[in-house]
Design a protein around this ligand. Structure first.
Ligand SMILES: Nc1ncnc2c1ncn2[C@@H]1O[C@H](COP(=O)(O)OP(=O)(O)OP(=O)(O)O)[C@@H](O)[C@H]1O
Ligand SMILES: [Mg+2]
Length: 295
């Protein structure tokens, strides 16, 4: 199914004259697809910011994400990427539109989804193992022994088995990211929502985590929705990259990335594909700068 999805650029009414250089191009509507894992239907979010007119953060977002797909979302700062992830996580209800998971409407948070923030939210007073176990405490019906077994399993998966009894301050930034990943994975969600998780890491650590995340994704078959500012990172990881417009965030274009895995940030083809996407993104960043700096 995913194979058929790949290799195409899909226009959403913006800059339709531009043709992506991600060759060969196959129209997406040739691919017959099963029901999506996640469906965003006409999602609009308006925030009351104390001014008379509400701020429209995102507008009429329609997207379908398939089971096992790795979807990356890029867009200028403030275009509503985090807002969108919060909606999918069920932490916030959209002003308009609906989020569906497995054909069930999202009304609230659920154990089928988990959001990893950039700030991670790890507890300094708990050990690595206790942090991972903490995510499983509520509503999962696991006894202590089962939780311990899962902690061990997922710490091993992220190569932190030897650090189970360490405290968070004793770990590097990359290791902390892996604890957060283990904690999220240990709840065995179908859908992982990741909000710029690697933005603050140095290049080597980030490369390593890309490899690990890709391996874990392949091993566990999770559906991943990954937000990033970094277009190369999106191409390195994603089956598909969605570019959002500057506020209000709308889907500007989708790119299906058909490059063999594992990929590297340094692959010339990754760079070439990223350049196409960056052209689109840059237009939106320019608009955002005009608006933000005009004030
Ligand atoms: N709780 C809130 N109340 C009011 N306005 C908000 C709230 N959360 C976000 N916004 C506004 O909505 C817009 C989108 O914010 P959001 O955090 O979703 O953007 P983003 O794309 O994730 O940005 P960044 O790339 O900088 O993380 C911004 O203009 C922001 O000021
Ligand atoms: Mg954000």
């Amino acid at each position: 199914m995913m194979q058929r999805l790949r290799n195409s650029a899909v226009h959403h009414g913006f800059g339709a004259a531009a043709v992506a250089r991600v060759a060969p191009v196959v129209p997406i509507d040739e691919a017959p697809l099963g029901p999506p894992k996640v469906r965003l239907e006409g999602i609009t979010q308006r925030y009351q910011n104390g001014s008379k007119t509400p701020l429209t953060a995102i507008e009429n977002i329609n997207l379908e994400i398939h089971a096992g797909e790795f979807l990356c979302i890029v867009g200028p700062s403030g275009c509503g990427k985090s807002t969108l992830l919060h909606m999918i996580a069920g932490l916030m209800r959209p002003s308009e539109g609906e989020v569906w998971i497995d054909e069930r409407r999202v009304e609230n948070t659920g154990t089928d989804r988990i959001l990893i923030f950039q700030e991670l939210g790890l507890f300094p007073w708990l050990t690595v193992a206790e942090n991972v176990e903490f995510g499983m405490r509520h509503g999962m019906g696991l006894n202590k022994q089962e939780r311990r077994a899962r902690v061990a399993q997922y710490l091993k998966l992220v190569h932190l088995g030897q650090f189970a009894d360490s405290y968070i301050h004793q770990l590097s930034g990359g290791m902390r990211q892996r604890v957060a990943l283990a904690r999220a994975l240990a709840t065995e969600p179908d859908v992982l929502l990741m909000d710029e998780p690697f933005a603050a890491l140095d290049a080597q650590t980030r490369d390593l985590l890309h490899d690990e995340l890709e391996r874990i994704w392949a091993e566990t078959g999770r559906t991943i929705i990954f937000v990033t500012h970094n277009v190369r990172e999106a191409v390195r990881l994603g089956d598909r990259v969605v570019v959002l417009t500057f506020r209000p965030g709308r889907v500007k274009r989708e790119f299906n990335v058909d490059l063999p895995r594992p990929r590297s940030l340094e692959d010339p083809e990754v760079a070439l594909t990223a350049r196409d996407i960056l052209d689109d993104l840059r237009e939106e960043i320019d608009k955002s700068l005009e608006v933000e700096y005009a004030k």
